[in-house]
Write a new protein. Sequence first.
Length: 473
Amino acid sequence: MSFPQMGQPDTGDTAWMLASSALVLLMTPGLAFFYGGMVRTRSVLNMIMMSVSAMGVVTVLWVLYGYSMSFGNSKGGLVGNPGDYWGLKGLIGGNAVKASGSTPATDIPLAGTMPATVFVAFQLMFAIITVALISGAVADRLKFTAWLVFSGLWATLVYFPVAHWVFAADGFASEHGGWINNKLHAIDFAGGTAVHINSGVAGLALAIVLGKRKGWPQTLFRPHNLPFVMLGAGLLWFGWFGFNAGSATSSNGSAGSTFMTTTIATATAMLAWLLVERIRDGHPTTLGAASGIVAGLVAITPSCSSVNVLGALAIGFAGGAICALAVGLKYKFGFDDSLDVVGVHMVGGLTGTLLVGLLAAPESTAINGVNGVSKGLFYGGGWSQLERQAVGAFSVLFYSFIVTLILALILKYTIGLRLSAEEEAGGIDESEHAETAYEFAVVGASSIPHRISSEESANGQDDAAKKVEAETS
């Protein structure tokens, strides 16, 4: 079989996948708001820039060799051939619109029923947000230049190979697929391993090498803008429908069922997180609701095609409750995961991936009529699928942790990773970007009238003006 196959795309599938690609891209600006609202005022621009910069770095690498490493002809199930689609050669070109009269339409390269370029774009958006997710673990203290270098190297050495393991399927966009997908037959429909476990454990390794923020954990680092956080969570939920339902790669029943399981699990996880907060702390919070939304989205990502409504409810509740409890582990073990990437993405990804082995329903699209997979333990399928899920999940976890740790240590002792103590104390926005998100002095001077005392009147307007300037500087 030769790839890519040539032919005419299905217009309905193409339209759905173009929309899904755009939805997944929107998740990265959503993540920027989600993370940006959770940090202090002097770090918000840097947090947003880390997400936005991933859109630039990963896109360039993806079209050069990243797509080929992920979906090129497999080398032992471990990585695709980087030269197969270097610069997307052989994928761009042709006319997909049938000509008028008797002139036949020109065949174009296809991935399944869509143009290959649409599949390239869809998978690119996954690569971008996976890199961006890591940034939440290292807020306030990582040099921006080091982040850019790390992003490119991590995408190349970790994400592109792992995406091949999980997403490259034999007979779809790749002549021979990755080992987790084709040989192990672990189920990861939309990236619980390749995206969430991968980025979560990478955030752990990078945070360990980088060290704790000054003053942590004694100092409380409170979110500066909770409306930003909730806006980001809403954008993530909206974009996640492209992430999960779009992974059906077609406008079909699988897309419809994954859309519903995603909705159910996310709603349940939000309520579960709030319940844990109410019992543990006495107050359900806005930050908890936003975090519960993301935890539910993460947990259902690998399992959205393999569970029914009851399974989605169970995974949502487990994801919300377990992640709500897991975010406190950083205090017990002493690693400064600034924005709970480990507790939400690594733990949530593991929860959803492993629960497939228990809850995979025989009527689901991932099980019904699919060779090599088994029903979940609770449906009489035995332990086999749970074993596959565990092998796939922990293989990604250990590979990502080890390679990220080595990469972070190399960068630490070459170009350096961390801001100086003075720069960190002054704020990363000022030191790295020479900008601030909020100009409080200007706002104060322009909007707060200054009352001139009798003493100031006696000394003249010049002295009063100097006092105003001193008060607002």
